[in-house]
Every structure is written in C-alpha cells, then in structure tokens.
Design a protein. Structure first.
Length: 75
C-alpha cells in the first residue's frame, strides 16, 4: 500500500512539473497581448483587425484584398 501511495505521488509530481514547464512564459503572453492591442480599421468597411493581418495598400490598411482593390469608402 505504501509503494502505491509513493508511486501516485511521484506520478503527480511528474505531471505537475511537465505542465509547469510547458506553460507559456509571462513575456510570451505580454508580447501576444501587445500585438493584439495594435488594431487598425479597414479603410473601406471600418472593421478592426490586428495590424499584422491587415493588407497595406495606398489609402490605408484593408481587411482583405477585395477591399484594397475597391479603395477607401467614399462619403
């Protein structure tokens, strides 16, 4: 019975250490939050999207190639 408890404790400790090692670091999380906070609005429809996913074209950032071809919305 004592060996079984010792084995269960060892397995628990091993699982805890592996999960702790695989957990994202705070710096990684902060970088993702910073990147997600950098939002731009599509010049055609106004949808907000991360700057990294925006299509840059003359007239501003766009949410897709179709809106980049159409250009900025006219008032």
């Amino acid at each position: 019975m004592g060996r079984l408890l010792l084995l269960a404790a060892a397995v628990f400790a091993l699982v805890w250490l592996v999960r702790r090692a695989l957990r994202p670091r705070p710096a990684d999380t902060a970088e993702r939050v910073r990147a997600a906070a950098d939002l731009v609005a599509c010049a055609h429809c106004g949808v907000l999207l991360p700057r990294a996913e925006a299509h840059e074209a003359p007239g501003g950032p766009y949410c897709g190639e179709a809106h980049a071809r159409l250009g900025p919305r006219r008032p």
